[in-house]
Write a protein that binds this ligand. Structure first.
Ligand code: HGY
Ligand code: MN
Ligand code: MN
Length: 400
């Protein structure tokens, strides 16, 4: 096989391009993401891997047949709206090239590549939905009821891909097959660029959660409603966004983001009846995260009341801070030329799997440090270095 990580990524460079936002918009089970799933399966079959899609929509490509005690790598193919080319696909392309290296070196041992659906939670609102279903971290009935912006449920989207939503849920048999899971991912920051190193091994993942805040007021006509007669949720929402920034800035190392705000009904000449906004809060200490979110909830209710509105907040997902197993972490750093250890503020399926199977991550240098935007970057040489590092890691684990 003569594929390189860059040549593989070049094959999908036109899939899911977003001309309005820039970058890529590849929601789970959309045409674009289904095209990427097909692309991956074709490459896996070309390599003689046994390919199956499990009942949670996770694709598994097996070397050495389906069975226990497998060394597994993988990542995701779905993206955020207007995302970069590497967040997810770099891990998948690197896994294919790493398998080629192992094949060329005659390395035996059962291994697999996994592609997890809805890692970003961009379509149905819950991040790492596939790995949460696999591990039982989300109730399948709750997952089935999740809806996208068009009101399509996750159950219906699952059904349209040929899977039975009634079969979604914990899959201990599949989990038991994984001896170790290692995910390669583009670094979502500039630490490696500043260190002038190509790869790092993950030490931790920041705890993070998502909360939906609905601010309800009185929808009315923009021209016939005097300013004194308004209960305008958009005004309360605007003040809340700056209050999130002020409260979060008061806590070192906390991150608070409102990246999505949807007025209902959303007309230029209409005072909104309701504004839905989504809050993303992260901090190394989960108790601090909870306290900050509680403060933001109180601020939301207070700011809403000032405008004659009401505010309700609901948690959509929460993932506690993850510290990767130091022994596995250090074993991998050892075979990667004493690669630096790096914490990350970004969530990953590896973070969900960590409490169920031995799990690790490898990060590849991103010269811009930007992610979840078109400016995300990985240089060709680093991409190949990353795949070689993954191959070396998998070989070490296969010869454990
Ligand atoms: O949101 C995250 O941290 C990840 O990119 N899903
Ligand atoms: Mn990712
Ligand atoms: Mn991401």
């Amino acid at each position: 096989m003569t594929d390189t990580v860059s040549s593989l990524l070049a094959e999908i460079a036109d899939v899911g391009t977003d001309l309005r936002r820039g970058g890529y918009t590849r929601p789970v089970y959309s045409g674009a993401e289904l095209d990427l799933r097909w692309w991956f399966c074709a490459h896996a079959q070309k390599r003689g891997l046994d390919v199956e899609t499990d009942r949670n929509g996770i694709i598994w490509a097996w070397h050495g047949g389906v069975g226990d005690d497998a060394i597994v790598t993988g990542s995701h193919l779905d993206s955020v709206p207007g995302g970069g080319a590497y967040d997810g696909p770099l891990g998948i392309a690197s896994a294919l090239v790493a398998f080629d290296h192992l094949q060329a070196r005659g390395v035996s041992g059962r291994r697999a590549i996994a592609v997890f659906p809805e890692e970003e939670g961009s379509r149905f609102g819950v991040a790492c939905l596939g790995s949460r279903l696999l591990t039982g971290a989300i109730n399948p009935r709750q997952a089935c009821a999740l809806t996208d912006n068009d009101g399509v449920t996750f159950a219906e989207a699952t059904r349209r891909t040929g899977l039975n939503p009634g079969h979604l849920g914990t899959d201990l048999e599949t989990l038991a097959r994984i001896a170790t899971f290692v995910e390669l991912h583009v670094e979502q920051g500039r630490a490696l660029a500043d260190m002038d190193r190509p790869v790092a091994v993950a030490s931790s993942i920041l705890g993070h959660g998502r909360w939906r805040i609905a601010i309800s007021g009185e929808g009315n006509h923009a021209g016939t409603t005097l300013m004194a007669d308004r209960c305008d949720p958009m005004v309360a929402a605007a003040r809340l966004v700056t209050e999130v920034q002020r409260l979060t800035r008061g806590i070192s190392d906390a991150r608070g983001t409102v990246g999505r705000l949807v007025p209902v009904p959303g007309g230029t000449n209409v005072i909104a009846a309701r504004v839905d906004l989504w809050l993303d809060v992260r901090h190394p200490d989960d108790v601090t995260t909870r306290h900050l979110v509680d403060e933001i909830g109180r601020a939301a209710r207070k700011l809403a009341a000032q405008e004659g509105c009401t505010a309700e907040m609901a948690e959509e997902s929460f993932t506690p801070t993850v510290d990767f197993d130091p022994r596995l972490r250090d074993r991998i750093a050892g075979v990667l030329d004493a690669a630096p250890l790096l914490g990350t503020g970004a969530g990953h399926d590896a973070g969900v799997l960590k409490d169920h199977v031995p799990t690790a991550m490898i990060f590849v240098r991103n010269p811009t440090g930007v992610s979840h935007a078109p400016q995300e970057e990985v240089e060709e040489a680093d991409a190949e270095t990353g795949a070689a590092a993954l191959a070396g890691t998998l070989e070490m684990l296969l010869h454990r």
